[in-house]
Unconditional design. Structure first.
Length: 107
């Protein structure tokens, strides 16, 4: 099983409405909500940047993926358990994306 910090796969998506943010999530994000949350009508989502969640910090030197708001992250992210069937599904469908991001960012 991969360590989340060396994986980051679940933070990547080409969908703009990828991680739903509830009212509780928005409140928990506090001051970070302004820069990390976008609205689509009356629904809120984590902002996506360059194919990944805007809260994701890519540390190219260490090859790590760190959530900048881990302690405050939305419930959707909290519910995704490492090694769970949902995690395995993420790995099966898009595990190459973090590797591409490391190469692109590391130019």
């Amino acid at each position: 099983m991969r360590d989340c910090l060396t994986c980051g796969t679940c933070c990547f998506s080409y969908l703009e409405n990828y991680v739903r943010v509830t009212g509780d999530d928005h409140a928990r994000l506090g001051d970070h909500a302004e820069s990390l949350v976008r609205f689509d009508g009356n629904q809120a989502f984590m902002r996506m940047t360059e194919g990944h969640c805007a809260a994701l910090t890519i540390d190219r030197e260490k090859g790590r993926f760190v959530c900048s708001v881990y302690a405050l992250r939305p419930e959707t992210c909290r519910d995704l358990e490492r090694g769970s069937p949902a995690c395995e599904g993420e790995l099966a469908t898009k595990s190459e994306r973090p590797l591409v991001a490391l190469r692109v960012v590391g130019r």
